[in-house]
Write a protein that binds this ligand. Structure first.
Ligand code: PRE
Length: 290
């Protein structure tokens, strides 16, 4: 069988790459500069599998990923992994404590360190990059008055100094990553899943009183436990939303079709985005692949 081609949000040194290195046992790993570039490559069949960030415990959903999966590509979530996130302030090796004028990072990372930045660097200009590792790359070739927010791997890869460790505002910082495929292809992983989950997308009819209440009731009376419900704009007009619902059980041939039929009778639509194992990654002994 052809070697698994696994794309990820790169460059090397992103949290996504750390997550990939920890979960996958084998494959060839291909870096993409942005989430859309990675998902487009899956869609075009250039790679079998894509790994992209989905949700952070401090900042919430990675809307770019969710919107792309819902509006632009036709892919399934085939696994998810939850990874601890430690953000550090990274500086040029020549930095000597002078004033930092600009700080680069991914918008999620900047948001996770908002209080820290507000208190310690209120005057620094904040610049968004496509990933934390890209921010580290920029700092490595800039003058020492700029800094990046990223992880220890990005510091190592770009020969930067960790000026301050663990600058995220809340200790319990975790990010969920989605493993997606367009065509089913076996993946080899190092870990055992902690549980199975299913994600569905639900659209409601317009102007139907109590529709969301009835959607939730369809899951509730079947004793199906929900771990997340999120609304996002359908992009068809102000006030038009869809709902993404995570259910704490695998898809089955009785309960889910039952929910679907019940919701369709109300004029709702339900689409399966994936039914998948959920892995909890421990980065205390990270695997390093070049
Ligand atoms: O920039 C990276 O290092 C990423 O892997 C992306 C990303 C994200 O989009 O949430 C992943 C984990 C952290 O939450 C911060 C950034």
């Amino acid at each position: 069988m052809e070697e698994e081609k696994i794309g990820y949000l790169g460059p090397k040194g992103t949290f996504t790459k750390m997550a990939v290195d920890s979960l996958f046992e084998e494959g060839s790993f291909i870096s993409f500069a942005s989430i859309p570039a990675c998902l487009d490559a899956v869609e075009a069949g250039e790679i079998h599998t894509g790994v992209v960030p989905l949700e952070n415990a401090i900042e919430g959903s990675v809307n770019l990923t969710i919107d792309y999966l819902v509006h632009y590509v036709n892919q399934s979530i085939i696994a998810e992994m939850t990874v601890p996130i430690r953000q550090h302030l990274l500086v040029h090796p020549a930095y000597n404590g002078e004033k930092i004028t600009r700080i680069y990072s991914h918008s999620q990372a900047i948001a996770q360190c908002h209080q820290y930045l507000h208190k310690q660097y209120p005057e620094a200009e904040l610049k968004y990059t496509a990933s934390t590792a890209k921010a580290a790359e920029i700092v490595s070739s800039s003058d020492p008055s700029v800094a990046a927010i990223g992880n220890h791997l990005a510091a190592e890869q770009n020969h930067l100094t960790i000026w301050q460790e663990n600058i995220h505002d809340y200790d319990n910082n975790h990010t969920r990553f989605a493993v997606v495929q367009k065509t089913p292809h076996t993946i080899k992983v190092n870990d055992l899943p902690s549980r199975q989950k299913t994600t569905v997308m639900i659209t409601l009819p317009q102007d139907y009183v109590g529709a969301l209440h009835q959607v939730l009731a369809a899951f509730a009376w079947r004793k199906m436990n929900l771990s997340k419900i999120e609304s996002r704009p359908l992009k068809t007009g102000l006030g038009n939303y869809y709902f993404l619902i995570d259910v704490e059980q695998p898809y089955d041939q009785v309960l889910f079709p039952g929910v679907k039929a019940e919701l369709e009778a109300l004029g709702c639509q339900m689409k399966l985005l994936g039914t998948y194992p959920s892995y909890q990654i421990d980065l205390s002994a990270p695997v390093r692949r070049t």
